[in-house]
Ligand binder design. Structure first.
Ligand code: FES
Length: 215
């Protein structure tokens, strides 16, 4: 049975800024220790120790039901599922348009790689069930750092005039588009994971479960 929503983090705030799980914390320390900032922000309190019993149960793997009604266009909401940050992004028409014409720059534009399998319902141009809503796990496929959102496009961004908006992994510089597809010739080999999920109403999505059952 799906649990209720567990957490909200403001747009642009990475999961590591509020405290990763102990497992993720170790991964981030290994991955990011040399570069400091991102991992260091999450090392103050071991996250697993600070969780209430119900949160531990959720972290262990139960599906998480999320109310997405309040996510504004261009906004991102983070919830925890199995100790991982899961992002829900409400994409604007401009953000969706940014996906066009990127394929030649991406490592796996069709999400065909098997290392991090993409559910069939997300094997499309927007990598999602509803085009405007993208659900993805915010853990880099290189060494497990948490990327940060870089949604402003072009000259409005700090990523260069041709940046279409997406995510940047601050540990070793991998970049991802607004559907979590990794750019080619970057350290990260795979796209960001799209977890199994399903809508139970217009405004509620369950993470960790789909029509085939629980992940
Ligand atoms: S952990 Fe190395 S690029 Fe993300």
């Amino acid at each position: 049975m799906a649990k209720s929503e567990v957490d909200i983090v403001n747009e642009g705030e990475s999961f590591s800024q509020r405290g990763p799980s102990e497992v993720d914390r170790r991964r981030w320390l290994i991955a990011c220790g040399a570069t400091g900032g991102v991992a260091a922000a999450g090392v103050g309190i071991p996250f697993a120790v600070s969780m209430a019993p119900s949160e531990k149960a959720r972290s262990a793997g139960a599906p998480v039901e999320v109310d997405i009604a309040a996510i504004p266009p261009g906004g991102l909401k983070t919830v925890e599922w199995r100790g991982k940050p899961v992002w829900i992004v409400r994409r604007t028409p401009e953000m969706l348009q940014s996906l066009d014409g990127l394929d030649s720059k991406l490592a796996d534009p069709q999400s065909n790689r098997k290392e991090i399998p993409t559910p069939d319902y997300a094997k499309n141009s927007h990598r999602s069930i509803k085009p405007e809503i993208w659900v993805g796990v915010g853990i880099c496929s290189h060494l497990g750092c948490s990327p940060i959102s870089k949604f402003p496009q072009g000259k409005n961004s700090d990523m260069g005039n041709d940046w279409p908006g997406g995510f940047l992994c601050p540990c070793h510089g991998s970049t991802f588009d607004i559907a979590g597809r990794v750019y080619a010739n970057k350290p990260a080999p795979d796209n960001l994971e799209v977890p199994r999920h399903m809508y139970v109403s217009e405004t509620k999505v369950v993470i960790g479960k789909d029509q085939k059952g629980e992940a």
